[in-house]
Design a protein around this ligand. Structure first.
Ligand code: HEM
Length: 228
């Protein structure tokens, strides 16, 4: 069973299907949006299309962030190393949706006005923290290629990519601050983030003796290899 799952996850076609599935929320917005532009009517986008698109792209940004953060725990729990092949794609989809989210706000809501944008960033704390999340995601998207892993070295690259934890936290706070009354959904996303981070902390704590042993071995290579 595990072998079969590994084979499915390792297939190029599974990745193509996963890629297509990640595009579905975008197409479900794009098609009615184009209909709205051409015919002036798209009931799928509700009474306020700009609000609808902002909400949907925001929802998919936080979902993709949490799905990306689930890859490593799932890979370890299910013992499926091939799941790692999907992490970069999922992370880039989080970036794609946050770009759409930001552009909807900046183009359709703020009409490209930089002064309006700054005023909103300074005035509304949920926008400030959302922008912080977006700003932190940019270097992660740029350095997501194998070339950047080589250029930075794996340890530095991995350290930089831990920023994604703060991006997800910024996303949860952003959502919690913007809702007016019903905070159940942002709290649910926050709880998922806590579970995912607790798992990482647990694994990190468990590996502490191994890390200490490696440090000692690196510091005293000659004595460590001396026979008694
Ligand atoms: C990591 C970054 C971000 C995440 C995860 C995120 C996520 C979300 C979520 C989940 C929602 C609520 C959707 C719903 O109610 O169904 C939302 C709404 C919103 N977001 Fe973001 N967002 C991010 C960044 C940004 C940025 C950079 C901006 C603009 C500068 C922004 C502007 C908005 C606005 C205007 C709303 C709607 C607020 C309202 O209904 O009053 N977000 N976002």
């Amino acid at each position: 069973m595990n072998k079969l799952l590994g084979k499915i996850l390792g297939s190029r076609w599974t990745k193509v299907v996963a890629f297509a599935a990640c595009l579905v929320p975008f197409l479900l917005l794009l098609i009615p949006f184009l209909k709205l532009l051409t015919t002036g009517n798209a009931p799928e986008l509700g009474a306020n299309p700009v609000e609808f698109i902002t909400h949907k792209t925001g929802d998919w940004t936080i979902r993709f962030l949490l799905i990306t953060l689930s890859v490593t725990p799932l890979r370890k729990i299910l013992n499926q190393p091939r799941l790692a092949r999907y992490r970069r794609m999922l992370g880039l989809f989080a970036f794609f949706y946050v770009c759409l989210h930001f552009m909807t706000w900046f183009i359709l809501d703020k009409s490209f006005s930089l002064s309006d944008m700054w005023a909103d960033i300074l005035k509304r704390r949920f926008i400030t923290v959302g922008m912080l999340g977006l700003a932190m995601l940019i270097p992660l998207a740029v350095t997501s290629t194998a070339g950047w892993v080589r250029r930075l070295g794996f340890v530095k690259w991995q350290r930089l990519h831990r920023l994604v934890y703060f991006v997800a936290l910024a996303g949860v706070i952003h959502y919690y601050w913007l809702v007016k009354s019903d905070v159940r959904l942002p709290l649910m996303y926050g709880a998922i983030l806590v579970v995912l981070m607790s798992y990482r902390f647990f694994v990190w704590k468990q590996a502490a003796p191994k890390r200490a042993a490696t440090r000692v071995a690196v510091k005293t290579p000659s004595t460590a290899s001396l026979p008694d």
